[in-house]
Design a protein around this ligand. Structure first.
Ligand code: ADP
Ligand code: MG
Length: 624
C-alpha cells in the first residue's frame, strides 16, 4: 500500500507560521506533552522544569473555594490524606462500564455505574472518567500554549493498542472537553517506534515492551513500506511498577517480622511510597536504605539489588510469559524480532533490560527516556499532521485489521475495503437491484476475511429507500465506504439516476477486541491455527512441569519453613497444576501454573531470608 502524502510538496509553512501541534501521552500513572521544536521532538516542562504530570486529580469540596481541584503533583501529594476524592488511574475507567473495570473494588475512590458507564463519586459531585481526563489534558494544553505563547492547533493523543472503540471514543471526548482538537489517536507502541525512527529503518518485525506503573503491554509490530501493522498485543492489565513496590514492601515487612494486616491504610500507603523510592534508587545504585515510620517506630532495612530482584522475580517472569504469548499470537519466532523498544518508567530497572535482552538475544533500545518515548513519537506525528514538517515528509498511517464489505445475494460477501488498507481511505462500488420495480435496498455491512456472511461479523444494516421503480438491474446504486484516520467507518449508498441517498456511521475494527480480531484472522487459515494451538499446549505443559519440579525441590529443602496450612495450600495448588497437565486446555494449564507461582511467592521470600541468614552465620563478624 502506498503511503498517503498529507503535506503538499513545497507547501511547508514558514517557521513563524508554524502551527502549534503536540503529542500527548495520556498515561495511567503519568501524562506528558511533547512538541517538535527546531526539528527535534522534546517534552515540554512545567514552570518547575518537570516534564511528567502525575495523572491524578483531586476534587475539593465546593465550599472550600478556589478552583475546586488539584491536578498533578499537588493531587498526588494529597492522595494519602484524601484517597476518596483523589482520582488516579482514571484511564482504567475510560469507556468502560463499572463491571468491566478490573479490580474496581480495590480502588480507593467510589466508582458507580451511571448512564452505562463507570463514574466516580467525589465531594464535588459525580464525575465521568472523561471529565477527570479532561483536567489532565487541559493542564497539558495550557502548558503547551504557555510554552509557545500561542494557541494550540491540535494534538495527537496516544492510546494503548488494545483500546477498543468505546475507549478511543472516550479519549476523544475527554480531549473535546479540554478544548483540544484531536488530529489523530495513535497506538502507544506505534508512537514509541516512531520516536526511534524505526519507520525510516529496515522493514521487519519489532516488539515494544511497555512496563508502566500499573500495566504491562507487549506489542508486536510489523513495518512494511513505512506502515506499522499491529500483529499482536498482549500483556497484563494488572501488572506494573506498583506491583514491584508491593513486593518490596512485603519483603521488608517479612524481614522485620511485621504482619502486613497489622498496619492501617496510612501506614501501608507510607510503606508503598518508600518502597517505590527505594526501588527507583536501586535502578542506579547497588543498595539503598529503606526507612519508614510504622506503628510509631522507625523501621530501617538495607535493601540490595539482589534482594530486590529475588523478591520480584515472579513479576518479571510474568512479563516474559506474556511476551511469549504475544509472539505465539503473531506467529513470530523470537529471533525474527529485529528490534525491541523499551517503554515505561519500569524499564529503567536493570533487571528488566537484562532479561528482555536475554530473551530476544538483542540489546533493547533504551537511548530515549522510557517515560518520554511515547509522547515524543506522538509529537513527530502531530508535527507532520499539522503540515509543519519538511517537504516530502511522509506520514505513517495505520491500517485496518479486517476487510470491510457488504452482503450480496446468496449470503456472500463483496469485499469493498481489503484488510491492511491504510487509513484514511474511501472506496466505492456500484450495485443494482434484482427485482423489477424494487424501491428499496437493504444493505448489510460486514467485517471479516471469510466469503460467507455467516462467518463474518455483522457491523450494521440500513436501507436505501425511494428508488424509483425500474426494471431489475437498471438502477445504479453506488455504495461508498469511508474510513477516517481514527478507524471510524461510515457507509453511504446513493442511487445515481434518481439521486436518493442514505448513510450510516459504523464502528469497524475497534468494536472488536484484539482477541476477536486475532480469532477471525485465524479462522481464515484454519490449519495454521491448529498448529498454533498445539504449540501453545506444548509450551504450557513444559512451563507447568518445570514449575512443579522447582516447587518440589524447594519444599524438600525448606519445607519446614511453612506452617501446616500454608503447606496444604501449596500442595493443593501443585495438585491442580498436576491435574491440568494432562488436559488439552493450554489456558487452564497456564492459569494453574500462574496460581502456583503466585501462591509460592511468600515461601520464596522465606527461603531467601533463610539463605541470607545461613550465609551470614557461616562468617565471622568482621567478614560481614
Ligand atoms: P504509566 O505508563 O503507567 O503511566 P510510567 O511509564 O510513567 O507509567 O511508569 C511509572 C512507573 O515507573 C512507576 O511504577 C515508577 O516507580 C517506575 N519508575 C520510574 N522511574 C524508575 C526507576 N528509575 N527505576 C525503577 N522504576 C522506575
Ligand atoms: Mg505508559
Amino acid at each position: 500500500m502506498a503511503l498517503l502524502q498529507i503535506s503538499e510538496p513545497g507547501q511547508s509553512l514558514d517557521p513563524h507560521q508554524r502551527r502549534v501541534a503536540v503529542g500527548i501521552d495520556l498515561g495511567t500513572t503519568h501524562s506528558l506533552v511533547a512538541a517538535v521544536r527546531h526539528g527535534v521532538a522534546e517534552c515540554l516542562p512545567d514552570e518547575q522544569g518537570r516534564v511528567i504530570l502525575p495523572s491524578v486529580v483531586r476534587y475539593l469540596e465546593a465550599s472550600a473555594g478556589g478552583s475546586g481541584r488539584q491536578i498533578g503533583f499537588d493531587a498526588l501529594a494529597a492522595q494519602v490524606d484524601d484517597p476518596a476524592n483523589t482520582i488516579s488511574s482514571v484511564k482504567r475507567l475510560m469507556g468502560r462500564r463499572r463491571d468491566q473495570v478490573v479490580d474496581v473494588d480495590k480502588l480507593a475512590y467510589t466508582v458507580v455505574e451511571d448512564s452505562g458507564m463507570a463514574q466516580i463519586d467525589t465531594v464535588a459531585g459525580r464525575k465521568t472518567p472523561m471529565e477527570v481526563s479532561a483536567e489532565i489534558l487541559a493542564t497539558l494544553r495550557y502548558r503547551a500554549e504557555d510554552s509557545f505563547a500561542d494557541d494550540l492547533f491540535g494534538a495527537v493523543i496516544t492510546v494503548p493498542a488494545y483500546f477498543d472503540d468505546a475507549q478511543r471514543q472516550a479519549t476523544k471526548d475527554a480531549a473535546k472537553l479540554a478544548g483540544i482538537e484531536v488530529l489523530r489517536l495513535i497506538n502507544e507502541p506505534t508512537a514509541a517506534a516512531i520516536a526511534y525512527g524505526l519507520d525510516h529503518g529496515a522493514e521487519g518485525v519489532y516488539a515494544v515492551y511497555d512496563l508502566g506503573g500499573g500495566t504491562f503491554d507487549i506489542s508486536i509490530l510489523r513495518l512494511t513500506r513505512g506502515v506499522f501493522e499491529v500483529l499482536a498485543t498482549g500483556g497484563d492489565s494488572a501488572l506494573g511498577g506498583d506491583d514491584y513496590d508491593q513486593a518490596l514492601a512485603a519483603w521488608v515487612l517479612q524481614q522485620q517480622g511485621i504482619a502486613a494486616d497489622s498496619l492501617d491504610a496510612s501506614a501501608r500507603a507510607a510503606l508503598h511510597k518508600e518502597a517505590r523510592r527505594v526501588k527507583e534508587a536501586l535502578s542506579a545504585a547497588p543498595q539503598e536504605n529503606f526507612r519508614a515510620m510504622l506503628r510509631g517506630r522507625v523501621v530501617e532495612q538495607t535493601v540490595n539489588v539482589a534482594d530486590f530482584e529475588a523478591c520480584t522475580e515472579a513479576l518479571t517472569a510474568r512479563t516474559l510469559s506474556a511476551v511469549r504469548k504475544a509472539l505465539r499470537d503473531a506467529r513470530i519466532a523470537k529471533n525474527e524480532v529485529q528490534g525491541v523498544v523499551m517503554v515505561g518508567g519500569s524499564t529503567r530497572m536493570p533487571v528488566i533490560r537484562r532479561v528482555v535482552g536475554e530473551f530476544f538475544g538483542t540489546d533493547p533500545l533504551v537511548d530515549l527516556n522510557p517515560d518520554e518515548v511515547v509522547a515524543l513519537g506522538a509529537a513527530v506525528q502531530a508535527n507532520a499532521l499539522a503540515g509543519n514538517s519538511k517537504d516530502g515528509d511522509l506520514l505513517l498511517l495505520d491500517v485496518i485489521p479486517l476487510s470491510l464489505g457488504i452482503e450480496t445475494m446468496g449470503g456472500l460477501v463483496e469485499r469493498i475495503v481489503p484488510r491492511n488498507s491504510s487509513i484514511p481511505t474511501a472506496r466505492a462500488q456500484d450495485f443494482t437491484t434484482y427485482q423489477d420495480g424494487q424501491t428499496a435496498l437493504a444493505l448489510h455491512v460486514v467485517q471479516g476475511e471469510r466469503d460467507l456472511v455467516a462467518d463474518c461479523r455483522s457491523l450494521a444494516r440500513f436501507t436505501l429507500r425511494g428508488i424509483p421503480p425500474m426494471a431489475a438491474g437498471a438502477a445504479r446504486i453506488r455504495v461508498t465506504f469511508t474510513v477516517d484516520a481514527d478507524g471510524l467507518l461510515s457507509v453511504g449508498a446513493k442511487e445515481l439516476i434518481s439521486g436518493v441517498e442514505a448513510s450510516i456511521d459504523v464502528k469497524p475494527s475497534y468494536g472488536l477486541s484484539d482477541e476477536q480480531i486475532a480469532k477471525m484472522l485465524q479462522d481464515s487459515f484454519s490449519t495454521a491455527q491448529q498448529d498454533m494451538a498445539a504449540r501453545a499446549l506444548v509450551e504450557a505443559r513444559v512451563d507447568g512441569d518445570r514449575l512443579l519440579v522447582a516447587t518440589r525441590s524447594a519444599l524438600a529443602a525448606d519445607g519446614d519453613l511453612l506452617a501446616a496450612d500454608e503447606r496444604t495450600t501449596i500442595d493443593a495448588l501443585m495438585a491442580e497444576v498436576q491435574a491440568r497437565l494432562g488436559s488439552e486446555d493450554a489456558a487452564a494449564i497456564e492459569a494453574a501454573s500462574e496460581a502456583l507461582a503466585k501462591g509460592t511467592e511468600g515461601f520464596a521470600a522465606l527461603r531467601m531470608n533463610r539463605g541470607i541468614q545461613q550465609a551470614l552465620a557461616g562468617k565471622k563478624l568482621e567478614e560481614v
